[in-house]
Design a protein around this ligand. Structure first.
Ligand code: GRF
Length: 189
């Protein structure tokens, strides 16, 4: 099975996924795509000798460039990992139920446009949440609203800072995202 990862930034999740499938015989990361020329994920892909593709936001929304590329590469699963753009209709239609995302909170809380990075964790702390976690979900035409696939949670302790809850969430993401991908791929023929 062939995986495409979309990422706009650092790509620490992409890193874990590339590590996980590096020596797998049933699945591989075939390509890493980004809209951001400065995204560190491009360097990470290079380190794994995985090809990457940089695309322009306008072309992403107004042409089939990206969809055509994914089809040409016979991609089975599209994995968003810190990808900040809304997925356009042509891509959703080309990969029904084959696009997943990870979000650093327990959706449906703390999701939606503009809810990414530190803002999520700040909002969780100001709301006085007792629990925090991560959600892996299918992607639809709205930010963070697709059907949930997996959630992992942890308790927010009294004196936890933003850095602490962010770190705990990242640890969960890094452990669970590769496994959830692996399990999903097992269900594909
Ligand atoms: C992660 O927290 C993920 O949940 C969110 O964006 C962040 C990406 O981090 N969608 P990284 O680029 O994988 O380090």
């Amino acid at each position: 099975k062939r995986i495409a990862i979309f990422a706009s930034g650092s790509g620490s999740n992409a890193q874990k996924i590339m590590e996980h499938f590096k020596y797998a015989d049933h699945a591989e990361v075939a390509i890493v795509l980004s809209n951001n020329p400065d995204a560190y994920v491009l360097q990470r892909a290079d380190n794994f000798e995985i090809p990457s593709h940089l695309f322009d936001k306008t072309a992403f929304y107004e042409t089939d460039e990206v969809v055509d590329l994914l089809k040409r590469l016979e991609i089975d699963l599209v994995v968003l990992a810190g990808f900040l753009l809304l997925v356009p209709d042509n891509l959703l239609r080309a990969f029904p139920n084959k696009i997943i995302n990870i979000h650093p909170a327990l959706l449906p809380k703390f999701g939606g446009k503009g809810m990414y990075g530190d803002r999520v964790h700040k909002a969780v702390l100001s709301a006085g949440e007792k629990e925090h976690g991560i959600t892996i979900h299918f992607v639809n035409e709205h930010f963070d609203e697709g059907e949930h696939i997996y959630q992992a949670r942890f308790t927010v302790e009294e004196n936890d800072t933003l850095e602490v809850i962010k770190f705990k969430g990242q640890q969960l993401e890094h452990v669970h995202y590769p496994k959830v991908i692996e399990n999903l791929l097992k269900k594909y023929n």
